[in-house]
Design a protein around this ligand. Structure first.
Ligand SMILES: O=C(O)CCC(=O)C(=O)O
Ligand SMILES: [Fe+2]
Length: 324
């Protein structure tokens, strides 16, 4: 009869419907990160490093996520501080994505330089690497996904070195809205047209259109928590809504690039566009050739609108409607 007693849910391994019957998909590696993982990244525009973070690191980040989402100090734009009678669950359910958590949390700041992440970055990008941005996706059951896009549309580098390190803080499955990627789509080095999608499955960000790939080319990136998905700034990627009945699909995503390149991210106040170089950065490996410029503290933590109730065209301030 012992065999009929099922293990508690948390100890059961997640069954990934898109994994092969044995082993793991091609492109999934474990530390130490070697040349094979870097080669896979360069060819395919993404790579997965499993067990990059251990259970203790993941649990600590999940605890920190609750603390941040309560916004006790009021330091996060776009949400009110939670009241004491709101449960942790209620607080987490309100938030799709919190931008720049490393600005408020020492732990999230330290995680920018986590050892296996830095090893992968130096193998894939080069010896000198800087970080400029972080995002904490909470994505409770029922929350929307992100439509097709390329991250260099939002964070432009001069040398196409942008790379996201997407740290799974829950097992990410098709059901709860894992990443989907088009392997090799970084290769043409083109930023495709972006348009408003009017699609309730996605949040307010625009959708990339008219690229030469179809749904047959996309692959789901189902990963265990503690895995890190690295993907290039030109790689087309999206995620679908969290359709699970309960729970979250948490992920901490940090964006990095080669420190050799300027970062023309924000409109310069005085200098010409050719000199634009955003200096609110954190070096995570090697040396900064532009250290003589110093660094600045510019970005503030804020919460992204989810699309509930429509979105705004910031050029006209008009509300962008969904097709019901
Ligand atoms: O996690 C998601 O749903 C989307 C993440 C994403 O687009 C990114 O990290 O660049
Ligand atoms: Fe993205």
């Amino acid at each position: 009869m012992i065999s009929s007693i099922s293990a508690p849910a948390s100890t059961l391994p997640t069954k990934f419907q898109t994994w092969p019957a044995t082993g793991r998909p091609t492109g999934w590696f474990t530390p130490p990160v070697g040349e094979a993982a870097a080669t896979f990244y360069r060819e395919n525009g993404f790579v997965v490093i499993e067990d990059a973070l251990d259970k203790g690191e993941v649990n600590a980040l999940n605890e920190e996520t609750v603390r941040l989402c309560r916004n006790a100090t009021g330091g996060i734009g776009g949400i009110e501080p939670a009241s004491e009678d709101e449960s942790d669950l209620e607080v987490l359910q309100r938030i799709l994505c919190l931008h720049f958590p490393h600005k408020l949390s020492d732990l999230m700041h330290q995680t920018l330089s986590q050892r296996h992440i830095v090893d992968t970055l130096t193998s894939a990008v080069g010896p000198d690497v800087k970080c400029m941005q972080s995002m904490l996706f909470v994505k409770a059951a029922g929350k929307p996904g992100q439509a097709w896009h390329q991250d260099e549309d939002y964070i432009p580098t001069r040398d196409r070195s942008l790379i996201g390190a997407w740290i799974a803080l829950d097992d990410a499955t098709i059901e709860n809205g894992c990443l989907w990627i088009i392997p090799g789509s970084q290769k043409p080095g083109i930023l495709w047209k972006q348009e408003w999608h009017a699609d309730r499955r996605f949040d307010c960000a625009l959708e990339a259109r008219d690229f030469p790939y179809t749904e047959k080319d996309e692959v789901p990136v189902e990963v265990k928590k503690g895995s890190v998905v690295f993907f290039n700034g030109y790689t087309l990627h999206r995620s679908l809504p969290n359709t699970a009945k309960t729970g979250f699909r948490r992920a901490l995503v940090n964006h990095y690039m080669s420190a050799s390149s300027f970062l023309p991210w924000q409109v310069p106040k005085q200098e010409s566009m050719a000199k634009a170089d955003y200096r609110d950065i954190v070096m995570v490996a090697g040396r900064d050739p532009y250290a003589y410029k110093g660094t600045e503290d510019l970005a503030k933590a804020w919460v992204r609108p989810t699309g509930q109730g429509g979105c705004v065209d910031w050029t006209t301030k008009e509300k962008l409607a969904y097709q019901e």
